[in-house]
Write a protein that binds this ligand. Structure first.
Ligand code: PRP
Ligand code: URA
Length: 208
């Protein structure tokens, strides 16, 4: 079954509290999304494979390690974009591949509108970035796409998940770890997470 990792970190909880606040303006909102992306990715990447490397220091040879796997960051457009910069600061060698999906307002089903993945996979681990895991439709569809692309190791990094979305991702993709800042109570009749933070895309891009 999928492993779910709500962050235990006080900094994550603190920043999420400000992010949720209805009075937090887009500039601050974007900063917090960026910072939370970095903190959650730090937690999500503790098991990345390493290979040994000898490094010459001014004093001699140090037995060190470097990342052994090519990492792909997969932001789901558009709200996932805000998580990229913070993660990229930590993993500057990562490739970024965008997937465009929006939720149909009536059916809540994901509709794909952008996918420029090359034929062959160029990365061996993917971090799917999206602040909100609501019904789970967008996350499931993105992992479907990445598995068809040929990627074997996939993790989801998001800010807030609803029990419904977590369950849907667990059932569809039990091998995908889910890293979140918080697990919330439920979805409302329009598929929004309660208490959540509202529309993550609109709040980042000032389009509310
Ligand atoms: C939001 C969010 C996720 C999706 C989550 O995107 O960023 O991608 O909804 O909902 P789900 O789990 O029910 O699929 P939205 O469709 O609002 O598009 P946007 O990012 O362009 O605002
Ligand atoms: N997308 C959002 O941006 N917020 C929600 O609560 C659910 C889906």
């Amino acid at each position: 079954m999928t492993n779910i990792y709500p962050s235990p970190h006080p900094l994550v909880a603190h920043k999420l509290s400000i992010l949720r606040d209805v009075n937090t303006e887009p500039k601050k909102f974007r900063q917090l999304v960026r910072e939370l992306g970095a903190l959650l990715t730090y937690e999500a990447t503790t098991d990345l494979q390493m290979s040994p490397i000898d490094v010459q220091t001014p004093m001699g040879t140090a037995k060190c390690h470097e990342l052994a796997m090519k990492i792909g960051l997969i932001p789901i457009l558009r709200a996932g974009l805000g998580l990229v910069e913070g993660v990229w600061e930590l993993i500057p060698t990562a490739e970024v591949w965008h997937i465009g999906l929006y939720r149909d307002e009536k059916t809540l089903q994901p509709v794909e509108y952008y996918n420029k993945l090359p034929v062959e996979p160029t990365v061996s681990v993917c971090l799917v970035l999206d602040p909100m895991l609501a019904t789970g439709g967008s996350a499931v569809a993105t992992v479907d796409i990445l598995k068809r692309w040929g990627v074997k190791r996939i993790k989801f990094v998001g800010l807030i998940g609803a029990p419904e979305g977590i369950k849907a991702l667990q059932i569809a993709h039990p091998d995908v770890d889910i890293h979140l800042a918080a697990v919330d109570d439920h979805l409302n009749e329009k598929g929004y997470i309660v208490p959540g933070l509202g529309d993550a895309g609109d709040r980042q891009f000032g389009t509310a």
